[in-house]
Design a binder for this molecule. Structure first.
Ligand SMILES: [Mg+2]
Length: 213
């Protein structure tokens, strides 16, 4: 009898410890599209920015195909110029536009905001990403895609005076925060080739509800 009570207590303690070691969902600053729209409705037209991969495009088909072609089983393909030429050169016709991006872009274009796309991909000659995004999302006042060749985007966000920046990676959030922009996390789809998934909300940023697709 005594032993079973002790065991029960041990099990309960472990359960409690298990709960405490995970980031409680209630501490995440969730925001809906509606609340976001309300929060900016009185603001004058402004410049806003979007990351590309896993934020506006589910581009894993290009990354999966590139890995199979250039470095099966490793990430070396990401250092291969030919891979980037192909990917920037039109592969995004196979990338799926995210529904959340359509909604966000409609919201911002409806306000008359200027939209910038800033990607960590390296620039390659003959890039088609600008044209594909312009067509896919029916961008009215298309700006050339900014290629930063790495995750750090602070300078680019700052120099264009972006008020909001949307991204799925931690570096998107920290870059936006460092540049003084409002950082909003768009959630990466669970089946993205880009693993591990980030811990959404861990940087104190707002996390957009229902943004994985
Ligand atoms: Mg991304």
């Amino acid at each position: 009898m005594r032993i079973s009570h002790l065991s029960l207590a041990a099990v309960l303690s472990l359960l409690l410890l298990g709960c405490a070691s995970q980031a409680p969902q209630s501490t995440i600053h969730w925001i809906t599209l509606e609340r976001l729209a309300e929060s900016i409705q009185k603001d004058a037209p402004m410049a806003v920015g979007f990351d590309i991969d896993d934020t506006v495009l589910f581009s894993s088909p290009c990354f999966y195909a590139g890995q199979q072609k250039y470095s099966p089983g490793s990430n070396d393909y990401l250092k291969n110029t030919e891979f980037w030429k192909e990917t920037n050169g039109g592969c995004d016709r196979y990338s799926l536009p995210k529904e959340v991006a359509r909604s966000l872009i409609a919201l911002h274009q409806g306000r008359g905001d200027t939209i910038y796309f800033i990607t960590g991909r390296p620039h390659t000659e003959g890039e088609q990403v600008t044209t594909i995004l312009q067509q896919t999302f029916a961008i009215k006042n298309m700006q050339p895609v900014v290629f930063t060749s790495g995750p750090e985007k602070t300078r680019f966000i700052h120099d264009r005076g972006l008020h909001l920046y949307y991204g799925d990676s931690d570096a998107d959030i920290t870059s936006a925060q460092a540049a003084g922009a409002r950082a909003i996390r768009v959630m990466r789809a669970a089946n993205s080739t880009y693993q591990p998934l980030p811990v959404n909300g861990a940087l104190g940023e707002e996390v957009l509800v229902d943004s994985t697709r």
